[in-house]
Design a protein around this ligand. Structure first.
Ligand code: ADP
Ligand code: ZN
Length: 437
């Protein structure tokens, strides 16, 4: 039997959700117009007044908000309540530039915890569970986000934070963790380290993983599920909107349900800003309609995704978004071909290669070059140069047929590609070095 944390809203009819969203959107537009100078100015420039927003479609009358706007108003320019009401600050990891700062009221934190509790319940969690949080604690939202959800649900929360892998494994065994929260790349590493330490993961009480904060493929999911002997769920979020828990995967694992009573999702054509229909890829845009301290309207995430309103067998009615295919910023354009690191990862794992890889893009003269370094694993390990060259050539051809581009493949010794305890660094783009000179 499917369980929900907030059944009335998670399974509400579309009409009911529309009603909730419209009411909250109108209230939020008034709140930002009255309290955030940038929004008042932008809306005045666009000739839109709060009273022009009467239904959900009217959201399109509102201006977009960009990451640049948040950098320009750093640190507190977008805050919409007096600082005395702000009880927590977080900051983005700064993966793609200067970090941005966000704030929460007590009420905002409560909503965030609720969103994460919904994710936990969707994986089958109850207050009997022991939630081992290996996302980093601190300004990064991952650690305290899942922590809040776990506390709210009444689980036994184990705030391990990231790092010190041997200790993580000891805690997992001794404390009996049943649910693990981590970045997928760190979960991979934990699995790998458990195997090396001779730990039989099938004997551990661990049964579920909640992984997000960076792109990962279905192939990676299977590989983690096997090595840690768990069922792995995808969770999506971003600091600007609240952190993890903006969207969450259910038992069906066919996309993540967006917490629509708190966030409105739109998918737009990134070039024109126009909405695209369900099923069409585009840039994900979010509006937070209940957040008080740091509310954003039509925030362009730069993440590329697809949504569907099709009925989900789990009974939840919230719209589902696909795994983000990557960020606009991460998309590599190599010799005119658009490429996401996740596409390279999918090919590697289909070919039973190690998920420990790094992509190096460089330019000599006006020609781009791309190299994929992959660690050899137990199945294909060899120290015979002729074997290695043969495998490298075969992989190069696989890439060519799957992606339309032939990178140079280099098989490297196990354990030579740096592991990450937070978000993995998949791409080294040396071309930027030249541009900055
Ligand atoms: P930064 O932008 O500095 O990395 P955040 O920690 O706020 O800061 O990261 C949010 C971003 O992480 C999202 O915009 C998205 O690109 C990525 N992300 C988060 N969750 C997922 C997920 N489940 N799958 C893919 N990408 C994700
Ligand atoms: Zn579902």
């Amino acid at each position: 039997m499917e369980r929900y944390y907030n059944p009335e809203v998670e399974t509400a009819s579309r009409e009911e959700l529309d009603r909730i969203q419209t009411e909250r959107l109108i209230e939020q537009v008034n709140h930002v117009y009255n309290n955030v100078p940038l929004y008042r100015q932008r809306m005045d420039e666009a000739g839109v007044k709060p009273e022009d927003i009467k239904c959900l479609d009217d959201i399109r009358k509102l201006p977009f908000t960009s990451k640049q706007d948040l950098r320009d108003t750093y640190p507190y320019g977008m805050f919409a309540v007096p600082m005395k009401d702000v009880t927590r600050i977080h900051a983005s990891s700064g993966t793609t530039g200067k970090q941005i700062v966000v704030g929460y009221t007590d009420g905002d934190l409560d909503i965030w915890d609720t969103c994460c509790a919904r994710q936990l319940v969707a994986t089958g969690a109850t207050s009997e569970d022991k939630v081992h949080v290996s996302y980093g604690y601190g300004l990064f939202t991952g650690g305290l986000g899942l922590h809040g959800g776990s506390q709210k649900l009444g689980c036994t929360t184990i705030p391990v934070s990231s790092g010190n892998t041997a200790r993580q494994l000891t805690i997992m065994q001794d404390f009996g963790s049943t649910i693990l929260g981590a970045t997928p790349s760190y979960a991979m590493y934990l699995g790998e380290s458990a195997a090396k330490a001779g730990i039989d993961t099938s004997k551990l009480p661990l049964k579920v993983g909640i992984f997000g904060a960076e792109p990962w493929t279905e192939e990676m999911r299977q590989s983690i599920e096997k090595s840690l002997n768990i069922k792995a769920y995808d969770i999506y979020g971003l600091t600007e909107i609240c952190g993890p828990g903006v969207a969450y995967e259910c038992s069906q694992q066919k996309g993540m349900h967006v917490n629509e009573d708190h966030f409105i999702i739109e998918i737009i054509n990134p070039e024109t800003g126009e909405p695209v229909p369900d099923g069409t890829k585009g840039e994900i845009v979010f509006s937070s309609i209940t957040k008080k301290a740091f509310p954003l309207l039509r925030f362009r995430t730069k993440d590329i995704g697809v949504i569907t309103h099709e009925k989900c067998a789990c009974g939840r009615t919230f719209v589902r978004m696909s795994k983000p295919l990557g960020r606009v910023d991460d998309m590599l354009i190599v010799r005119g071909v658009n490429l996401f690191p996740s596409q390279i990862e999918a090919v590697l794992l289909q070919e039973n290669q190690s998920p420990n890889y790094q992509i190096i893009v460089d330019r000599s003269g006006s020609l781009d070059s791309i190299e994929v370094d992959i660690e050899m694993n137990e199945d294909n390990f060899s120290d015979k140069p002729s074997d290695i060259i043969g495998m490298e050539k075969a992989l190069e051809n696989k890439f060519k047929s799957a992606l339309g581009i032939k990178p140079k493949v280099k098989l490297v010794s196990p354990d030579t590609i740096p592991r990450s305890e937070g978000k993995a660094v998949r791409v080294v783009d040396k071309r930027h070095v030249y541009e900055n000179k």
